[in-house]
Design a binder for this molecule. Sequence first.
Ligand code: FPP
Length: 255
Amino acid sequence: MSGVAAPSGSGVAADGCVAPTAAGACAARHVAIIMDGNGRWAKARFMPRALGHSRGVEAVRKLVRGCRGLGLEALTLYAFSSENWRRPADEVSDLMGLLKRFIISDIDEIAENGVRLKVIGDWRALPADIVGLIEGALARTAANTGMTLAIALNYGSQAEIARAASRAAAKALSRGEGPHVTPEAIAAELDTADMPPLDLVIRTSGEVRLSNFLLWQAAYAEMAFLPVLWPDFTVDHMKAAIDDFARRERRFGGR
Ligand code: FPP
């Protein structure tokens, strides 16, 4: 674990590790994943991209099931970025269809397993039928106290930070404090404000960039860039990344 106190407002627990494992390592509480490589997975098999995305949903389903044994408090998945609208219309439509079907077919299992569903990003701008499904799914799982599964939809981190800063400034102005905002005030307005600090960002497919995902929240997170395409990602990859995170944290705390 880290002995370094993080700056307040960073979204990081000030005392570093708050979830030590029995072995004294630091357990990950919140993992976020950039699920990349569906297209390449399909291309390598001479299959349509839509099939790659559909296998990607299957990987999500298995991972959410498998996470039950990992002790995570939160898992955030980057499913559709605000930049993904620039993809061809048929691919956007495929992704929206998969999202709809995922909510319809998996919400019972998610709810029954005590998972709290959360959606981050400007999801209310999605098609009305999806917004309705999301509202129902959020209400259905709101009281659950198990892992939080946050799905980033129509999400862009720079826009999220700008929205949070505007809200923080408006609140400061309404208190007569002028347009002065602090990191703490911005962090409190982020979509993830009610989630544990982000410990680990995983990106599949070998690409090494954050692509406008959780830029504020990742300030002190560890990074794992894995050479596996998203449809091939399994709970064993997840376990290995979390174990590696725990080792990295333990080394840092030893200094
Ligand atoms: C990036 O791979 C992946 C996406 C843009 C979509 C991710 C969506 C899913 C995994 C399915 C939907 C998720 C849920 C929760 C229902 P890419 O297509 O850009 O791959 P490429 O870089 O190999 O072309």
